[in-house]
Every structure is written in C-alpha cells, then in structure tokens.
Write a protein that binds this ligand. Structure first.
Ligand code: AKB
Length: 321
C-alpha cells in the first residue's frame, strides 16, 4: 500500500518538485504538502495543502495524527548564506524541526523520516577533492554546524530508538521551476536568469571556485530512491555523500556562452566566498552507489540545455508585464 506522506517546506526549491514527483508516484491524496506560506499555483492545485510551522510541536503532531502520516520529508531549513546573517534563527529552525520529527518517530507516530543534510557539513580542514564519506568534519558555518549536529542526532535516534531516518548530503542544486533562497550555491541558478534577461551576470564567487553541483531531477531521484530502498540497504544513518558534477562559475559561464554567445560574466566576491572556500570541490559518493545503487544522470551540457529550455518561456513572460 502507498505510504501517507507529509512534506514540510513543500514550497521551497526542493520541496515543490519533490511534492509533485511523490504525488505522481503515490497519488495526490497520499501526499500532504505543508509550509509556512502558500506556494505557486501548480503546487497548490496539485493536492492537499496545510499551512504549518514545523517548529510548533503540537501543530505538527496535529497534522500528523489528522492525516495518519507514515513518512515525513523535512525539507524546511535556513540555508548557508541566510543563516550567517541570522545565526540563532537558523540554528533554531534547523534543529527544532528535526527534533520534532525525530521525537514523533521515536513515539511511533510516524514510521520513516527523510532529512536533508549538505556538503556544508564539511569544513576548511576537510580534504577538498573527492571528499570521502568519512573524514575530518569541522564545519565553519552556522548552517554546516546545524547539519553536522543533525546528522549525529539522526544516527543516535536510529541506534538508540530504532528510528528509520534516511539522509543525503545534497550538493548545490540547479533547477528552474522554483527559485532557491539564501544558499551559497544559488549563483548557479541566478546566472541562467540573468543570462537570459540581461546577457550579463555579476557573480558573488570568484571564477575558479569549484563546488559540487547536481541537477534537481537527479536530487529528486536520489531522495525517492533512498526512501524506497529496502531497510537493510541503508547502512549509513548519519547521511550519505551524493555527487554529480564539480563546477566553477567560469566553467558554467562557458557552457552558457555556447548557447548565448553574447553572455558576459564578471566577478565581485562577497561574504559567500568564504563559505564556498570552506566546502569541498568534489565528492566521493561510493557508499551511496554501493548501498542503494545511486547513479547520477545529468552532466554540465545537459543541465545547461535543460535550464535554458526551461527558463526561456518564464523570462519572456516576465518581459510581458
Ligand atoms: C547552500 O548553498 O547553502 C545549499 C547547500 C549546499 O546546502 N545549497
């Protein structure tokens, strides 16, 4: 039988695409979308929706009991750049929501949790290239500290209380359907919007800043795949490394220029440069490959094509107003 699913943060960059994908897989009424605000028309028209602040323990429990939820995907978080501006708010949002769902699973009110971690768990002392699953982890951002701490708690709840929590360390995610908000890897999306609108982009990272990146379809595929995998295949209960491509602003701008030859880029690094400098350039995801057969599909050329194809109609609509 299909699980009854609650998505927290369903209107965000990952949440909105995940909701639509899970509704296609399991049926629209099996997937309850929730967020602190309403999402776009497509999301709102696609199935049941609840306004929900997941830091509110009793409001969250009410929704879970009301819909008889089996699985929670906790996609609400404050990302790296915003959390540097509001450290305590970022910490509280990222940790309190996680404790709320972990405790509901411990009390057997839900059966399974997906919780996203990030490459931000790594820090300046981590090996930069082909960063292994297990290595030195001294994150230097509030967001990274919250994700690293969250990983420890996920593993603890699994070992101590048998909670079936599964997690992925997402790289930067590139998508055109919903805008990202407050991340350091957001440049890789902004660049496409600006290239199509103004043929010019000023990047907030230096040209040779390499970061791990992935197309959203691959991230959604990985998320659904890890949640559907037989329980014995999930051997890591902190979070799995996940990798697709390693990208610099320069490489990305060159790929865009092949489609839009007039496109120009210049560089004005800001506070996000230090965040990017503290993260890996590329990731080794062999445990995810071995344990649950992970494999990415989209390379830089394919991502560039998809982004330009997907954003072109949106940009011309913007011009009509
Ligand atoms: C961010 O840039 O903060 C996120 C992430 C890498 O987790 N996209």
């Amino acid at each position: 039988m299909s699980p009854k699913i609650l998505i927290i943060g369903a209107c965000g960059q990952i949440g909105s695409e995940l909701t639509l994908n899970l509704r296609e897989k399991y049926g629209e009424n099996q997937v309850i979308a929730s967020d602190i605000r309403e999402g776009d028309e497509t999301l709102m028209a696609s199935g049941p929706f609840e306004i929900l602040d997941a830091t509110n323990t009793s409001a969250l429990e009410d929704v879970i009991l009301h819909y008889d939820i089996d699985q929670v995907y906790l996609m609400a978080a404050m990302l790296s750049a915003t959390a540097e501006k509001f450290p305590m708010k970022g910490w509280q949002l990222n940790m309190n929501t996680l404790f709320n769902v972990l405790n509901l699973a411990k009390d057997q009110k839900i059966k399974q949790i997906f919780w996203p971690s990030s490459i931000a768990v790594f820090g300046p002392s981590t090996p930069k290239e082909n960063t292994p699953q297990q290595t030195i982890m001294e994150p230097s951002t509030v967001y990274g500290i919250s994700k690293q701490t969250g990983e420890r708690w996920c593993e603890y709840y699994h070992k101590r209380y048998g909670v079936d929590v599964r997690s992925i360390r997402y790289p930067g995610l590139i998508s055109y359907k919903t805008q990202p908000g407050g991340g350091t890897t957001d440049y890789a999306i902004e660049i496409f919007h600006e290239a199509l609108k103004h043929k010019k982009y000023t990047c907030f990272l230096k040209e040779n800043t390499a970061l791990p990146m992935m197309y959203m379809d691959d991230a959604i595929k990985a998320t659904i795949q890890i949640m559907s995998a037989p329980i014995e295949q999930i051997k890591i209960r902190s979070s799995y490394n996940l990798s697709a491509i390693s990208l610099t602003p320069k490489k990305l701008s060159e790929a865009i220029k092949k489609h839009l030859p007039e496109f120009e880029i210049d560089y004005k690094p800001d506070f996000r440069q230090a965040i990017a400098d503290s993260w890996p350039a590329s990731i080794d995801d062999s445990p995810a490959k071995q344990d649950w057969n992970w494999k990415h599909q989209f390379d830089l050329e394919q991502i560039t094509e998809k982004m330009i194809e997907g954003l072109t109609p949106k940009v011309s609509i913007d011009y009509d107003y």
